[in-house]
Ligand binder design. Sequence first.
Ligand code: SAM
Length: 258
Amino acid sequence: MSFNFKKKYGQNFLQDKTTINNIVDSINASVDDLIIEIGPGAGALTKSLVRKNSYLLAYEIDTDAFDYLSFLESDKVKVIYDDFLKRDILNDIKNINYKNLYIIGNLPYYITTPIITKIIESELNPKELVFMVQKEVAERFTAKVSTRDYGSISVFLNYYFDTKKLFVVDRKKFYPVPNVDSAVIKLTHKENQIPVDIEKFNKIIKDSFKFKRKNLKNNLKGYDLEKIASILDEHGLTLEHRAENLNYKVFVDIANKY
Ligand code: SAM
């Protein structure tokens, strides 16, 4: 490929057909649905996604990709050459009729968290997100309670999504070969979200995880510990537990009752 690869855009293009098929097969979109692809690059995923016959909207920051993507465009396939983070996505899709929204991408790793945060904050309500991210990031995003990688981001994502690490992708499957391995994750939107003040919820999570090895009593020193203890007690927990022992529902409960 004669592509002029740009490190600043996190450009490592996936070369392996089996991996491409496995990623594309892991979203359940069909003909009435809308798929948004973030960072199509030279179209490794895009070419397979087109076959799903959904409406496909891709965002690519690098206009050099035009030569690789333009031939894929049609009534149902559009590429916007712009920074995904700067777009008003709801406005971009306002004239598209669709049943469910799916978002997919081999993400540019330097902006993984801003992309996911933007999706959550823009109230797009996608049914599923399927993303290739750095392996360690995948482990943190999808970690289960009381495991080593479980942290504030795992809890935050778990409020919105059922999170799952699907498979690991060796760095050699990309060109240029990056310095890290990758993994594909799937985030499935939760049907019934428990209402909560998100700012309060986030603050309690952040404070509780402030020092990972410390227990809640130490991390939540500025709080009314008696009150926190009584909420924890309803879940069979105490201030001696660490944040890593609390599932997202406990944090929601604390945010709602404190
Ligand atoms: N999907 C391709 C593949 O799998 O081979 C490319 C993946 S590459 C890891 C990430 C892609 O995201 C690159 O094409 C890069 O130019 C694009 N990109 C980087 N920053 C972006 C942004 N802010 N908005 C949209 N696309 C971006």
